[in-house]
Design a protein around this ligand. Structure first.
Ligand SMILES: *Cc1c(COP(=O)(O)O)cnc(C)c1O
Length: 339
């Protein structure tokens, strides 16, 4: 029985083309700047995102940390969403390792940060306060693609207030595909952008931190200090090149499968898809409280893996087909009939 893993889009295995590219990768010592495959990946990413430079890093967490440590110094502050990955899910790294304090702001229903709330959180110049230096957005935010005109308004605010502007674009390509725009149209609003290769794009490891030449040079220093200097990393970068080359446009299939899933599930008694419909490659749902665990075990018996605490999040990716979605919907139906 095929296991259908909807816990995250990080669970994909490298496809044969990726493994072949990894096996054939030309490599060198990247700490000496001598790995041609890493350099190629970095230039491909910079080109796609319209930035001067890019840095291949171990993970999205490292990428966000490098961005915060490059934009901010000890005693500075960054503003981010209350549920933003770079605030909530990165172990407090910016504070622990960078001496940079987070200022969280509630995230609005559409995934944006209310710019008036952001404005009100910026600290006056006064020795009582940390120095507010950086505004961080996330896109997609819990699967939602942020509107382009909002990005423009947020950038204008950051400029006006003298803040650097960072995007945690772990799933930026999902946002670009959902909006039908080139990735650089999103990235172009920011001073720095982090993208993940190991989410929907199917690479086994790696993220890219993209931005200006000086910014990336400084981030490279921090990466080395944090133990992220890799040697013959071309073996990994080769997978990233395949991911950026062939796996961006096909994200539309994941979005279509998420819609198919949302439509199927919303017809099942006891399952509420919240909000109605899919958000790019994610579907969020609620069932009667207390039934999350029994549901997860029921589905596991049928070879379907789901994660979630208060609400259940289902994520589609390249290893999930439309037929798999139908099997999942049928399994939810079976569960509903046991109640
Ligand atoms: C997954 C993710 C990251 C980084 O995750 P890693 O597991 O460290 O690669 C950062 N931001 C968002 C929004 C993510 O979903």
């Amino acid at each position: 029985m095929k296991i259908i893993d909807l816990r995250s889009d990080t669970v994909t295995s490298p496809c044969p083309a990726m493994r072949a590219a990894m096996a054939a990768a030309e490599v060198g010592d990247d700490v000496y700047g001598e790995d041609p495959t890493v350099r190629r990946l970095e230039s491909v990413a910079a080109e796609m995102l319209g930035t001067e430079a890019a840095l291949f890093v171990t993970s999205g967490t490292q990428s966000n940390l490098l961005a915060i440590m490059t934009h901010c110094g000890r005693g500075d502050e960054y503003i981010a969403g209350q549920t933003a990955h770079c605030y909530r899910f990165e172990g407090g790294g910016a504070a622990v390792l960078g001496g940079v304090q987070p200022q969280p702001i509630d995230v609005e229903a559409d995934g944006t940060l209310d710019l008036e709330k952001v404005c009100a959180a910026i600290k006056p110049v006064d020795p009582h306060f940390a120095r507010t230096r950086l505004l961080c957005l996330e896109n997609t935010q819990a699967g939602r693609a942020l509107p382009l005109d909002y990005l423009g308004r947020a950038r204008a605010l950051a400029r006006e207030k003298g803040l650097a502007f960072h995007l945690d674009g772990a799933r930026l390509f999902n946002a670009a595909v959902a909006l039908g725009v080139e990735p650089w149209l999103i990235a172009g609003h920011f001073d720095s952008v982090s993208v993940c290769l190991s989410k929907g794009l199917g690479a086994p490891v790696g993220s890219l931190l993209c931005g200006g030449g000086e910014f990336v040079a400084e981030a490279r220093r921090w990466r080395k200090m944090l133990g992220g200097g890799m040697r013959q990393a071309g073996v990994l970068a080769a997978a990233g090149i395949v991911a950026l080359g062939g796996n961006v446009a096909r994200l539309a299939e994941d979005h279509a499968n998420a819609r198919r899933l949302a439509d199927g599930l919303s017809a099942i008694k006891g399952v509420a898809v919240l909000p109605p419909g899919a958000r790019t490659n994610m579907v969020f749902l609620c069932i009667h409280s207390g039934l999350e665990r029994p549901l997860a075990s029921f589905l596991r018996e049928k070879g379907i893996l789901v994660a979630g605490r208060e609400s259940i999040r289902l994520v589609t990716h390249r290893d999930v087909t439309a037929e798999d979605i139908d099997r999942v919907v049928a399994a939810f139906g079976d569960f509903s009939r046991t109640l």
